[in-house]
Design a binder for this molecule. Structure first.
Ligand SMILES: [Zn+2]
Length: 295
């Protein structure tokens, strides 16, 4: 595995950054998320929901208020959405000026709550005229509104658009490749979620503790896989994505229902600490056991 690969730059980290931004009351007017459709929609929607939430905790949507419920049901009055499918006109290969104009008209109306959040999915399909048309809105959005652009690659957008957005590139989280490690990470996560005692968690990690060939590499790969699961749980808790997460793991949704954000943060903290220790050359067995205690 490559050192500090996707875990360093994955969606969970971006979500945490965004939550910290919101918690600090700093709402940027325009965001651009680039990456695969699943990743950009997941993060973009989690952000939109958190911005609209009536009672966000530490920058994350509460999942309980009227706004969060409306968002989940896809009928939030202040959430505006434009993509190729919903854009006016018949040219179904790009989004033209009329799509942007329609969005701008909606943004001029008074929001139901505090502000509008407008999302443009497939922003890479905005034609040049449409992108130019968008510049003014990106610079001075009506009221307190926030624009969230989603695109495959930022190279497909004009530099003038990019310079007006806070740009985040999303990685597809890695680590889900080795089926044995994935099974182990899932068992371990399920034990932790169930509040199993230390010795049971430690025993679960026996294959790693007894690994002879490449114990450090195996342990690091395990941590990466475990982090991937935590990230998916976080996305699930943010209700940012439905269905596609850990789709081949029937117990996943039930586990998510048991988790709360605090427990998940603690878990992620313990995994990161273990990751750091292993990279610093600490004893593998000692580090993993310590993680079992702290998780
Ligand atoms: Zn809420």
């Amino acid at each position: 595995m490559t050192p500090m690969s996707p875990a360093e730059n994955d969606n969970r980290k971006v979500l945490e950054q965004l939550q910290a931004l919101l918690a600090g009351g700093k709402v940027v007017h325009a965001f651009l998320f680039t990456g695969s459709r699943d990743a950009r929609l997941a993060v973009g929607k989690a952000l939109a929901k958190a911005i609209l939430c009536e009672d966000p905790a530490e920058g994350a949507a509460c999942r309980n208020c009227a706004s969060c419920h409306k968002f989940d049901h896809g009928n939030h009055e202040d959430f505006l959405y434009l993509d190729l499918e919903t854009a006016p006109g018949n040219a179904k290969t790009q989004i033209g000026v009329d799509g942007v104009e329609a969005l701008q008209e909606q943004l001029k109306l008074k929001p139901f709550g505090r502000r509008h959040v407008a999302m443009i999915e497939e922003a890479h399909l905005l034609n040049t005229a449409a992108q130019n048309k968008l510049l003014k809105t990106l610079e001075e959005p009506a009221g307190d509104s926030v624009l969230i652009l989603l695109a495959e690659k930022k190279e497909e957008l004009l530099p003038t658009v990019l310079s007006r957005c806070s740009v985040y590139h999303l990685e597809e989280g890695g680590g889900h490749t080795d089926p044995e490690l994935l099974a182990l990470a899932r068992s371990f996560f399920a034990l932790c979620a169930a509040g199993a005692l230390f010795y049971r968690r430690r025993d679960c990690l026996k294959p790693l503790l007894e690994e002879k060939a490449e114990p450090r590499e195996k342990a690091l790969a395990f941590l990466l896989t475990l982090e991937g699961i935590c990230r998916d749980v976080l996305l699930c808790l943010c209700k940012a994505q439905n269905g596609a997460l850990q789709a081949d793991w029937p117990a996943f949704e039930e586990l998510c229902a048991k988790m709360d954000l605090e427990a998940l943060k603690r878990e992620i903290g313990a995994i990161e600490e273990a990751n750091r220790c292993l990279r610093l050359g600490y004893n593998v067995g000692y580090t993993l056991k310590k993680m079992c205690l702290n998780i």
